[in-house]
Ligand binder design. Structure first.
Ligand SMILES: [Zn+2]
Length: 177
């Protein structure tokens, strides 16, 4: 096991960096030390940045891993508090027919918020950091984080998902500030 105390946060790359536009590769060996180290790096980095999720491409590693770490916030006071969870080789198996629009931000798109349509609920599969396969159902805020982070593994950012550029706001002008 790695010692997380010694790990420094990684640099979060920003919109315009080519890695954010690549389709990331599946993780071949989840329990290998390099994968475990990557997960530790991501956990430290997302905690340091105060985010609710981060995908490996955001620290310039083009592999299919992301972290979800929902916690209550101003916009989602009822958001569940979840242990930071590593999601590896994720897939959406099915999704609700209905979508809902809500605000998103991204550590790779600083100072911008967007009103983004997402499926209200999704059925997913993924592997955890021990390599155990899970089948889960998510709705609301967690489903939104999952879809946002999965998009990063396919080279997509939330600014690509807004229906209109008028749904993009500077944080200065964001109505929910
Ligand atoms: Zn993001």
């Amino acid at each position: 096991m790695t010692n997380s105390i010694s790990i420094k946060p990684s640099k979060v790359i920003q919109l315009g960096h080519s890695t954010l536009r690549k389709v990331a590769a599946p993780v071949e060996n989840i329990t290998h030390n390099t994968t475990q180290q990557l997960i530790e790096n991501m956990l430290v980095t997302v905690k340091n940045a105060g985010g609710v999720g981060i995908a490996a491409p955001q620290i310039n590693v083009s592999q299919r891993i992301f972290i979800m770490c929902s916690k209550p916030n101003n916009r989602y006071p009822d958001a569940p508090l979840m242990e930071p969870t590593a999601i590896i080789n994720p897939k959406i198996l099915s999704k609700s027919t209905d979508t809902e629009k809500d605000w998103e931000g991204c550590l790779s798109v600083p100072a911008i918020r967007g009103l983004v349509p997402r499926y209200r609920s999704i059925q997913v599969e993924y592997y955890d950091k021990e390599g155990v396969k899970h089948n889960s159902h998510y709705s609301g805020f967690i489903a939104r984080i999952f879809q946002h982070e999965l998009d990063h593994l396919d080279g997509i950012t939330f600014v690509d998902r807004v229906e209109s550029t008028r749904d993009l706001f500077s944080e200065e002008e964001w109505p929910n500030k």
